[in-house]
Design a protein around this ligand. Sequence first.
Ligand code: FUB
Length: 324
Amino acid sequence: MKNLITCVSFLVMIASCTTAVAQSSVSQIDPAKYNNPIIKDQYTGDPAALVYKDKVYLYAGHDEAPNDFNFYKMNEWVVYSSSDMKKWESHPVPLKVTDFAWARGDAWASQVIERNGKFYWYVTVSHGKIDGKSIGVAVSDSPTGPFKDALGKALITNDMTTHTKISWDDIDPTVYIDNDGQAYLFWGNTVCHYAKLKENMTELDGPIQTIDLPNFTEAPWIHKHKNWYYLSYAYQFPEKIAYAMSKSITGPWEFKGILNELAGNSNTNHQSIIDFKGQSYFIYHNGASQPHGGSFRRSVCMDKLFYNKDGTMKRVIMTSEGIQ
Ligand code: FUB
């Protein structure tokens, strides 16, 4: 009997300890400490980060769709900067669709890159005269702008790419300057295109080529880590992010699988990948911000990214806490 009482008391003690542990881990989840989404003052999508000197500049499209509107309404791009990936400073709007006289709307995905002290911003917009989406370039002496149209016309228009009949295959530019100084532009929806850029960054330097990638939807992003080139992209629809690796920026690319799962409450995911101060980051958007967040009112988030010894990337774990 005594043994039975001792045993029951022991079990009660274990149970109360377990409850205390459970309660303490519940109380550790303090929403005030959630760093995702990192931009809380407006809806933003299509993040593109630039590491320049000791800061990260984060460019995004401004999702302006009203709560009952179920498509993109995007007229301008925004920029934020940070020295520690936790505190983000907002800057005045550096670029709008109206800065491109030849465009008629749609501030879709973009990327900024620096060359010789100038900042080139490759953007997706709808063309005013040529049916379909197109890619323009803006330039500035500062990463926070103001930016102005660098060309006075589109760099890529829908009639330059004939691999698919859709009118929105010329979207989502990503730019990379290789070690030998050669710059490349990658872009696409349904078909992944790429071409060399001249040193002036505003003219193509050769033919438009394509890359065959499984279930390529859109949002290519090129980055390099150690000796590998990575081509990540939106895979299927709704979108996951998948990636391929190569020893050369011109391929051949070897498909490596899924990097990020579906983003919460958003049919797109649109990633940007950088290394900053010894840590790798995966930056993306979801539709988690409430009360009105969703596929057309998105929020930029970021989480740490890790590599395996063989250079492959570990699956991203999306968190509310983000970068602490
Ligand atoms: O933001 C409009 C479009 O949604 C982008 O161009 C795509 O990448 C997707 O995120």
